[in-house]
Design a protein around this ligand. Sequence first.
Ligand code: HEC
Length: 135
Amino acid sequence: MVRPSRAFLGVASLAVVATGAMLVADGVQLRERQAARAAALTLGDPALGQGKVAAYGCGACHQIPGVAGATGQVGPSLKGFAGRTYVAGRLSNSPGNVEAWVSHPRRIDPQTAMPELGVTPADARDIAAYLYTLR
Ligand code: HEC
């Protein structure tokens, strides 16, 4: 049996580690690009929005990636929200419409099960920014 040399094994394991590091760096870059795009679209701050989504308790009713404990089943999952065509099946998915829905869902449809949570305009911008990072 031919045994690979120590040098070969050393180079091979370095290559594996380097490839892993590159993949991780790619993932980080992708997330950074998505966050920058979401911020540019909404003029909000996605990192702040992530915390605000948790603070307002949106996760009691929605599954929301990146928000601990957000496993609610009352409303739709917000995974992939950035790619959705409509907000709640009623408004086209634009930053202004997301902010309007999150701030005052019952002004848009008095019958909706989503409650008015008193989300301020600045918080709605940050929340919209976070929702646009969800692919
Ligand atoms: C009491 C439950 C409840 C809470 C709390 C709640 N929602 Fe909702 N949400 C819903 C329901 C139900 C719908 C579906 C509404 C409809 O179609 O009428 C919805 C719809 C949405 C939609 C549209 C989703 C889509 O796929 O079109 C977004 C965005 C959303 N909610 C964001 C939020 C955010 C952000 C918060 C926290 C500030 C929040 N929700 C808090 C129940 C809730």
